[in-house]
Write a protein that binds this ligand. Structure first.
Ligand code: ADP
Ligand code: MG
Length: 626
């Protein structure tokens, strides 16, 4: 259901990127990226021409750029609103030809025709507009479009022209870092907040330092204190560097020089491999690679360490630019750092930013999407939708963690005012566990299946210890902007892992109310299920213990007693079965009684087992082989 009027003339938000572009929409449920007609959400900013006609836009155009080097236009944003004379440094590395067009503007020679960068951008915008229309089911005529903070009037005007060519009214052109700040809702809370937006994309790097203040009449005012960056520095450089290393290695193994060895298409293929490996290494620490060069197949692993060695000089350059921006901003204290751009997914980049600014950067929103989401938020404000729903001063629904057995341990309760913080200790349930899955949930109900999943992450690298021994401290921290940061630390080993989310997004007030109502209606049944799940977990551990102990002591116990123990075990097992199936007929009290009975009857088994193991310690006997 959508409120009447909300969708009649929507204003979408568009991130028109150098490498990728995307469209988002924001209603009272919060901002979301809209799917493309071709599937996926990121539209590669690539257009292939046949003469002056754009015959392919997006993924297909990018994938076949090697086949059509002169007809495929990528990175057209570099040329937007630039004169031919100004574009000299921007064209380096581009496969297509840049020529002088009308009024001295930079134009692209596609072989038989000339196109302006605005026209290329218009093809991309048209694709996004049509995708948005398909997703929303209405005509889309208006958009908020983002541009880099350093774009001058000419570049902004060219962006407006591109929108009009695509049949879109550019309701507003906003700065990319402003959009990123809006997406995080870092606008209305405190006067004079200083935000650094660190945007590391495919081909460009920008750092922007903004001061946000609240103005009664206009809402939030974003003042750019300083910008710095490098229009020739991005994830592409890292791909190139890794690709070169791989090519050198392959060439060496054939005993030839790289130049004689690699055709343009082989080079491109290696770069595609390199990029894929780079992306995988943001998650894993090593990836296998096999590249077939015809004459030789390069087969090896790439480690994160190796990638980081290659990436380090580029990351270093981003940090030097941050130094410049901070100097220009007279060393102002930065309250927040927001990460934008696909390349900020690299752990080495995150670590460098954390170290330079001395604070944990915001990563709750997908760095690929954050600019478009913010543009959509601006669109919804301009369209007159309520925007206050996005910014809540209290926690609308409790936040917690999945416990074994499918229950939810709540750490922060509904209506807690923010900022707020809570910690709780957890442990493992299986011997020798080296990783623990953390599942962050939102909702009032007792069981995971009735709550909303917010995020998952894994605490890895625990040294193997018996179940229950690791001390895992989990901290939930919700800051003044509603960003939830969850961190888990294992005390003995110091292993840590964490995640950020924005828990308030995506729920309307009525959904929140419904979830609250549900929790009251189901409170009793939920409690019973939660209790049964806990009992099942503990009983399983008991059964394992008793089974192990019986294996060692069976010979010393009389048959009657054994029979009694086994009956008690079977009874508990049948309750575990009911709990696992969430059987509604399960009586938690009866389960509890059965468990207590088993605890009582099995006392003697434990006593025997303990004295056995004590014996074992004094003289390692023949029995200790079991
Ligand atoms: P732009 O703003 O220039 O359009 P994007 O923000 O879309 O660029 O970033 C694209 C870059 O991000 C590419 O270099 C891509 O390889 C890189 N990238 C995307 N995902 C990841 C990832 N998970 N790890 C490392 N780099 C990534
Ligand atoms: Mg970008």
């Amino acid at each position: 259901m959508t409120p009447a009027g909300a969708l009649s003339d929507p204003i979408v938000g568009i991130d028109l990127g150098t490498t990728n572009s995307l469209v988002a929409y924001c209603d009272e449920r919060g901002p979301r990226v809209l799917p493309l007609r071709a599937g996926g959400r990121l539209l590669p900013s690539a257009v292939r021409y046949a003469g002056a006609v754009a015959v392919s836009v997006g993924a297909e155009a990018r994938a076949r750029a090697i086949e059509f080097p002169h007809e495929t236009v990528v990175s057209a944003k570099r040329l937007m609103g630039r004169s031919f004379a100004e574009s000299a440094d921007a064209v380096e590395g581009l496969q297509y030809r840049v020529v002088e067009g009308v009024r001295g503007l930079a134009a692209i020679d596609t072989g038989s025709q000339r196109v302006l960068p605005q026209e290329v951008a218009a093809s991309i915008l048209r694709e996004l507009k049509e995708s948005a229309e398909a997703a929303l089911g209405v005509e889309v005529r208006r958009a908020v479009i983002t541009v880099p903070a350093y774009f001058d009037d000419g570049q902004r005007q060219a962006t407006r022209d591109a929108a009009r060519l695509a049949g879109l009214e550019p309701t507003r052109i906003i700065n990319e870092p402003t959009a990123a700040a809006l997406a995080y809702g870092v606008t209305t809370r405190r006067h004079g907040q200083v935000i650094a937006v660190f945007d590391f994309g495919g081909g460009t790097f920008d750092i922007t330092i903004l001061r946000v203040s609240a103005d009664e009449a206009i809402g939030s005012v974003f003042e750019v204190l300083a910008t710095a960056g490098d229009t020739r520095l991005g994830g592409d450089d890292i791909d190139h560097s890794l690709a070169q290393a791989l090519l050198r290695e392959a060439a060496q193994s054939c005993g030839v020089s790289v130049d004689s060895f690699a055709t343009p298409s082989a080079r491109q293929a290696v770069r595609d491999f390199a990029e894929a490996a780079k992306i995988a290494l943001s998650e894993s620490t090593r990836v296998p690679l096999a590249i077939d060069f015809g004459s030789v197949t390069l087969r090896r692993e790439v480690t994160r360490e190796e990638l980081e060695r290659l990436a380090a000089p580029f990351v270093e350059r981003t940090i030097r630019a941050c130094d410049r921006a901070l100097r220009d901003a007279h060393g102002v204290a930065v309250d927040r750092v927001v990460l934008v751009g696909g390349s900020t997914r690299m752990p080495i980049v995150r670590a460098a930013v954390r170290e330079r600014f001395g604070i944990e950067p915001y990563t709750a929103l997908d760095p690929d999407l954050v600019v478009a989401l913010g543009a959509a938020v601006q669109g919804s404000i301009l369209a007159g939708h309520r925007s206050d729903l996005l910014l809540l001063d209290v926690i609308p629904l409790s936040l917690g963690l999945e416990t074994i057995g499918g229950g939810v341990a709540k750490l922060i309760h509904r209506n807690a005012s923010i900022p707020t913080r809570a910690t709780e200790m957890f442990s493992t349930s299986v011997d020798g566990q080296t990783g623990v899955d953390m599942h962050v949930l939102q909702g009032e109900r007792e069981m995971v299946s009735d709550c909303r999943s917010l995020a998952r992450f894994t605490l890895r690298g625990l040294p193997p210890m018996p179940a229950g021994i690791p001390q895992i401290e989990v901290e939930f921290l919700v800051d003044a902007n509603g960003v939830l940061q969850v961190e888990a630390i294992e005390r003995r080993s110091g292993c840590r892992a964490g995640v950020q989310v924005v828990p308030t997004y995506g729920l309307t007030e009525s959904e929140v109310e419904a979830m609250e109502r549900d929790s009251v209606t189901h409170a009793r049944a939920d409690m019973a299920r939660h209790r049964a799940a806990d009992l099942a977990v503990h009983s399983r551990l008991d059964l394992k213990w008793i089974t192990d102990a019986l294996a060692r002591t069976r010979g010393q116990l009389d048959a009657d007693y054994l029979g009694e123990v086994e009956r008690a075990m079977a009874e508990v097992e049948s309750f575990i079965g009911l709990a696992t199936r969430s059987d509604p007929t399960l009586d938690a009290d009866a389960f509890q009684n059965a468990k207590e009975r088993l605890d009582r009857v099995s006392m003697r088994v434990h006593e025997h087992a303990i004295s056995e193991s004590l014996k074992g310690m004094v003289t390692p006997s023949k029995e200790s082989t079991t």
